[in-house]
Design a protein around this ligand. Structure first.
Ligand SMILES: [Zn+2]
Length: 320
């Protein structure tokens, strides 16, 4: 399988929100990509300026960032022609690699706007190199850094200017070349521009130390949290029901936590994140992970603190 390392530049309304086309807040004006083979060696390059059809004036911030003038954009190819050429260039067997998750969202939004066939009808895996950089080089494995930071951190020669689609794809590929622990590349992400439509299409994947589930869409949060599959705490190794030790609770209303115990495999932490899909439905990303006793106590302490906090709020309200 090859890697398509892609970066996009986009323009937005020149006068801010006033003339925004709500179906297309960001119009892609440049596509850049590097093709890597299985050994992550460069085997191809793609760069194309896209002729805009929605925003015919350059937003100042965008212009200062990407240094492209409208005159140059007008010389570009149309978006549908660019995309057709781009996918022919990508070939059949590849995975997308991007810095962060935004490029794939904007790519799909622009494709939808132009009435093109979707990339996929359900979530698909890709590699978020911003995330992989963090896993490989940050102590907490969570901090998200800019591409410029990563390039500087890794002493990669800055031989071309940043913030053009091709150069950012190029630097992203250079960062990938510096990640030498092969298992870092097992940490793929899922694009959720199209969420699962039916229960049969829901995503269940196993990573080496956790499991991930992506649900179909629900009308609202309550409906999502009433779904048995969403709140299930089956052990992802032996598939047996794990006894709930701490029932689902939430600190923020967006994230829920639980602790259950599999007789054979031990304590398992569940985390539910409620998200809103492109079409406005609520869907759930659930992760399950085995934890030790100390971590169980931490979660339980969090729940207890929350209970105390709510109790004292109630007392205050009564007093007033
Ligand atoms: Zn088990």
């Amino acid at each position: 399988m090859n890697y398509v390392v892609m970066d996009l530049e986009w323009n937005q309304p020149a006068d801010g929100i006033k003339t925004e086309n709500r179906e297309l807040p960001f119009e892609i004006v440049e596509v850049g990509a590097i093709l890597l083979n299985e050994e992550r060696k460069i085997i191809g390059e793609f760069t194309q300026i896209v002729k805009p059809t929605v925003y015919n004036e350059m937003n100042e911030i965008t212009r200062n960032l990407i240094h492209l003038r409208m005159k140059e954009l007008k010389q570009g190819k149309t978006f549908p022609d660019t995309i057709k050429e781009f996918f022919e260039w990508c070939g059949d067997d590849y995975i997308f690699c991007t810095w962060g998750s935004l490029d794939l969202v904007e790519l799909q939004r622009n494709m939808k706007y132009h009435g093109l066939e979707p990339l996929d009808y359900r979530p698909f895996p890709y590699l978020d190199i911003q995330k992989l950089f963090s896993i490989a080089f940050e102590e907490d494995r969570k901090e998200r850094r800019s591409l410029e930071y990563a390039v500087e951190y890794l002493n990669i020669p800055r031989d071309i200017p940043f913030h053009r689609a091709f150069s950012d794809a190029y630097y992203t590929a250079k960062v990938m070349a510096e990640i030498t622990q092969e298992d870092v590349f097992d940490n793929y992400s899922y694009d959720t521009y199209h969420i699962p439509k039916r229960r049969e299409d829901e995503v269940n994947v196993l990573f080496h130390d956790y499991a991930k589930y992506i649900s179909r869409g629900f009308a609202d949060k309550t409906a999502a949290m009433q779904d048995r599959e969403v709140t299930s705490t089956r052990c992802y190794i032996c598939k047996k029901n794990a006894r709930r030790r701490t029932n689902w609770f939430s600190v923020s209303g967006k994230h829920f936590y639980s602790v259950s115990q599999c007789e054979k495999h031990g304590y398992m932490k569940g985390k539910i994140r409620l998200k809103k899909s492109e079409e406005g439905k609520i869907f759930v990303v659930k992760t399950q992970k085995f934890i030790n006793e100390e971590q169980v106590l931490e979660i339980e302490a969090k729940k207890a603190a929350l209970r105390e906090q709510r109790k004292s709020k109630r007392v205050l309200r009564k007093k007033n």
